[in-house]
Write a protein that binds this ligand. Structure first.
Ligand code: NAD
Length: 352
């Protein structure tokens, strides 16, 4: 059991959670002993980044607004140029996992302190994980220098998160929690983070999807994102994340949607072999796979891999890639098992 012995490494990240906390970023720069922040964003959020840089006044040296999905090294190189020529001494990453990934890529190369200000639920901010792409290949590494020093959660930044992204990004976060529960390095603390995190999504998401600007429900969901990100930051992911990386990396499927569609299938597959998902079954009406699928459907989430442009031939290739390397997973599997799982996710059928 989890109580047979475990190591809990401590939580090194300072976290501010609330409404209007964006206004405290300047003080946080000062508290870190820094004075010149480079504000990062995607092109889509460049206005927001510009406003933040203006609000930071002398504590900002400018913005770099080219962050892109899967942290391409070519973008990081341009960002490093901007970081050095501006004389910045820290970065503020304002955005989703793509922007936070760019902050991590700069920090691990320069030692820069990072303040992450998440605006989605993807959950990169609490982890020491960095995935980067170079010439179409994705590599992932973990290192203490990658973890942001400060994370500022401001619910106001999530009120306008488009509804489709709200739902897929939340299911992405729930997937972190689910895999944390059966991770080989799970411990009692990561498990309670994961269960409470998933519970916060279960309780908050239906209200958010009815009324996207409901601040209380948005706060609950953002709190769930924090807990699931924390759990992800201390555990090793298994089959679900492996399949999401294969589909995203080799077939270019969109990150959050891919996670959302796969989750009921991977969770249902593994629930048959572990008792660690008991709390999740209870939370979602008795069945892990079916319950998560019903929940996703009730929120209008995408349910079919076929809608992401994948063909059945792609599924053959994906299942071959997915079994090239071995990794920890509660339920053993072979290529046929993966092919069958992908088929069900491709058709969008309800798992047991
Ligand atoms: P994203 O960061 O790519 O954001 C998608 C789009 O939504 C962007 O254009 C962004 O600017 C926009 N956006 C973000 N917040 C918004 C808001 N509140 N309102 C309006 N638009 C907004 O997507 P994501 O799902 O947050 O992150 C996915 C990436 O994060 C992937 O590359 C994934 O690998 C990575 N990730 C990494 C980790 C880790 O621990 N290293 C964990 C989770 C995700």
């Amino acid at each position: 059991t989890l109580l047979d012995g475990f190591v809990f490494p401590g939580v090194p990240t300072r976290v501010l959670f609330g409404a209007g906390t964006l206004a405290q970023v300047g003080d946080e720069v000062g508290q870190l002993g820094r004075a010149r922040a480079l504000v990062l964003s995607t092109p889509h959020q460049s206005d927001q980044a510009g406003k933040l840089a203006d609000a930071l006044g002398e504590r900002a040296v400018g913005t770099f607004t080219e962050a892109a999905m899967h942290t391409p090294v070519s973008v990081t190189e341009r960002a490093l140029d901007a970081y050095r020529t501006s004389g910045a001494d820290c970065v503020v990453a304002l955005g989703g996992g793509s922007t936070i990934g760019l902050g991590k890529a700069i920090a691990t190369r320069t030692g820069a302190d990072q303040i992450a200000v998440p605006t989605t639920y993807a959950g990169s901010e609490m982890t020491d994980i960095l995935g980067e792409t170079d010439a179409g290949r994705k590599t992932t590494r973990r290192d203490a220098s990658i973890r942001p020093e400060v994370v500022v959660y401001d619910v106001d930044l999530t009120l306008g998160l488009p509804s489709a992204m709200t739902v897929t990004s939340a299911l992405n976060a729930i997937a972190h929690g689910v895999e944390a529960l059966y991770a080989p390095d799970a411990n009692p603390v990561t498990s309670l983070l994961a269960v409470d995190g998933i519970g916060a999504f279960r309780d908050g998401l239906p209200a958010v999807s009815k009324e996207p600007t409901d601040r209380d429900a948005r706060s609950k969901v953002l709190y769930g994102a924090w807990l699931c990100s924390l759990a992800l930051g201390y555990t090793t992911m298994s089959l679900h994340h492996k399949l999401a990386h294969v589909l995203g990396g080799s077939f270019g499927t969109p990150h959050a949607e891919t996670h959302a569609i796969l989750l009921p299938h991977t969770a249902g597959f593994n629930a048959a072999a572990t008792d660690r998902l008991g709390a999740i079954a209870e939370m979602f009406g008795g069945s892990v796979g079916g319950g998560l699928w019903d929940f996703a459907r009730s929120l209008g989430a995408p349910l079919r891999l076929s809608d992401l442009g994948l063909s059945e031939d792609d599924l053959d290739r994906a299942s071959a890639i997915a079994v090239e390397n071995s990794y920890a997973n509660p339920r053993p599997f072979d290529q046929n098992d993966i092919r069958a799982l992908l088929q069900a996710a491709w058709e969008g059928s309800r798992p047991d």
